[in-house]
Design a protein around this ligand. Sequence first.
Ligand code: ZN
Ligand code: ZN
Length: 1012
Amino acid sequence: MFDPLPDKPDNNALELEVLDRWERERTFDQLRERNRGGPGFSFVDGPVTANKKLAVHTAWGRTLKDVFQRYKALKGFDQRYQNGFDCQGLWIEVGVERELGFNSKREIEAYGLEEFAARCRDVVVESSQQLTRGSIRLGQWMDWGNDYFTFSDTNIEYIWKFLKIVRERRWLYLGHRATAWCPRCGTSLSQHELTQGGVYQEKSDPSLYVRLPLLDRHGESVVVWTTTPWTLPANVAAAVHPEGEYGLRENGEWVLAARYPKDTFVRRAKGAELVGLRYQGPFDNLPPGAGVEHRIIPWDEVDLEQEIGTGIVHIAPGAGPEDFELGRSLGLDVLTPVDEAGRFYDDYGWLHGLSTVEAADQIVGDLAERGFLVESGTFLHDYAHCWRCDTPIIYRLSDDWFIAVDEIRPKLLEENAKVEWVPEYMGKRMDDWLRNMGDWNISRRRYYGLPLPFYPCSCGHLTVIGSKQELAERAVDPLDDLPELRRPWVDRIRIRCEACDEPVSRVLEVGDVWLDAGIVPFSTLGWESPEWVPEGYATGAARGLTTADLPDHAYWEQWFPADWVSEMREQIRLWFYSQFFMSCVLVGRSPYRRVLGYEKMLDEHGREMHGSWGNMIDAEDAFARMGADVMRWQYCAQPPDRNLLFGFGPAHEIKRKLLTFWNSVAVLVLYGNIARYEPSPADLDGLAPDRPLDRWMVARTHALVREAEAAYEATLSVNVIRAFEAFVDDLSNWYIRRSRPRFWAEEGDALRTLWYALVQSLRVISPVMPFLADHLWWNLVRGREASVHLAGWPEVGDPDRALLDEIAEVRAVVELGRQARSTSGLRQRQPLRRLIVAGAPLAREHGEEIADELNVKEVEFGDVEASELRVKPNLPLLGPKLGKDLARVRELLIEGDFTELEGGRFQVDGYVLEPEEVLVERIGREGWAVATDGTITAALDTTLDDELRIEGRVNDLIRSVQVLRKDSGLEVTDRIRLWIPEEELLPFSGRIAEETLAVAVELASELRLEKA
Ligand SMILES: [Zn+2]
Ligand SMILES: [Zn+2]
């Protein structure tokens, strides 16, 4: 006996029960045990930042990882299930700063770096526990407890090793340039950090037009435009396009003539003529400006088409990257007006101590007072903000450590071309990035991060340390007090310079976090590790948090490169990139063979999700209200090349669809129990029933297995969902509908076939909805595997394609028949005389089933003359083709003066019209209802006679009795006594009794029944 099913599943309760059972029976351990030694499938997990609990966004990626790992496990693959946590960098630091109420680096230093490091670690510990709990609830099967943490000493040492190699190749250098800078975080940011989502936000800035008096031409000036007033004190030059035509206004102002078409100019001149002229700087009254000779310079990059500005560009090499490059090529002076916190240096006089924002208004006022201001307003544009703290970015001159990329760039491009990207365009994005990216800025002036192992000596030599061992060997100070390879402890250890033996200190910078994550395919797989070290990964800050081993090099050989990695698209320039880059440097090849990327998650109305907008969905809430299976379904149903609109609305829709499947299982449970049907698990190895309908269901199941297999192999979960939904439709709306009388008759083959189809489909869908699938498996399968996840992937033969095509056509005819009936307005229970079907040769043998489904007496296959063909010209296409003949052709079409040709073409007066050039409609003639899909046409004879009418009434009555039976709480097998109010239906009491399980049918004043 099967356990009876409730009307609908309580997903949350059911999932918690399944989780319990998995834990009790150690199902995941059993699965890994079973697959050990099988073919390998290497998955490397991208680390999740450990600064939060599980969010529905993160659950998306985790679901995809789990789905494809579960599929591969069903296929018997031995896999790695190591989860990773990202533990360092601004994410963590900014969170702790907020918690402590800090807003500057000074406050962190006053608080103490040791204590600050401890707080950062606390965040990671707390968050990693929450993320683990959330992921387990989501159903993700990972090797929890053996996670990697990127702040472990082992991970850090691997990065040191990488940096040492980079140094040996001469790709490491200390760059001096104007770089993107967050004044709040007090650090530079790299190019890839500015490409993250949310960095560019709309911002309103001052818009200033500033007059700069020419020293060599009395009464004349050039006008420049800027949206960053704070950079004006750093002005050293004004650039013109040598070929641009500039105009001199009556008031002596030079501007680009084309920008001001309505102005009158007293003189016009090429930019080249202005080049070399000296001018008075806007802040020559302050010491830095006073020391600079300001000149007009030529620059081909001056945009002559721009709709804003004056065609004369304010140049401040210390406050803009392009300005810096230009200044370098021309040997211009460089002024750096603001410090790390974005405040003016002391030598800027009255500006000193002001932030770039605070200074803006005062600078505008000062310029106006001194006659430099032409015009001021505001300007709305997309402007870069710090990805971590939302502060607007500035550019300032800074010394940063860079990795030069030009030499390795060709190798990167060559390797990326070998990677299989899903969706394909993401590979193109990677290629674009690799072609255009600049050198990698790897240093950050922060605290909780990878300490860069750089020891520059005053003798000019740079020592780069490649391991903890090497540090010990070169250390001048004792290493006893080095609990973690981290600031502040590591800063206290000086080493002997390789060149001159003098003691040198480490630079204070920490590394870009993407180094932490990028090294993972080496640090966690034991690259070049001479031996296997139990718990060897649990070092430094990771000690006590994990039991992860440091494997040996043979293990790395076995599992590198990853067969598959998956993250969101944003990671192209982040994790996909950093590990790719590091891997190409270390071993000259890509660390992954295939990537699945996916787009962004928005709310169900297409808006970004924000805590402050109230549309953020908490994962806990989603588990409770929709259940993990429904969440997973929502993630899997999403084509990866489009944004996912996630929410409770779509979840409701999914529950509705899944209910159809649930109800199909309920049919088996109900009739199976009535028939005392005992399934035989051996049937799963192969079922060959006799009846065509059963054979079709088996073939249809095999087709599902094949389609889903192809979809999983292509890592396109959306195609798994589509295949499963189509299968459930066929199962429920054809097989079960057509088999009801046989279930009734307790026919074993029908129940067996239904059981087979359901159970095989559970195996197919189990990676997507592991809970519901296992719950139903336990109910339907007795005496074989204890879990669907241990049952393996179904082995099936090639499906009988001819049979599948045949029934697909039958279903299409029935669908069209239903459409035709609905246009006629006649209810389904009203029998009709005749259906004529054209264009469905495969359905010919199924006339009886079609008649039964559509409630018609007779089905004919042949030409449909019951309809009138109406053809209209498709004007946008035919107009150009026919020109003046269009009117005539149109008239002939209206009159019906045309011939239908093969393939949907039409002949009209010497013209052949292609299918796309015409709009075709088939209208039922009087007394007929017609529907067509272009190939198949179904025409229903809608004429009623007395016999049909009374039959319709009998059907209505039977239906009313069925409803009444259900409402009275009768079991489907209960017999009844029945009273009906319609005397003229009494002659049909035999049929009525048969269909309603009545032992007697009598006349009464109203419809009623009682249990017999
Ligand atoms: Zn910041
Ligand atoms: Zn030295």
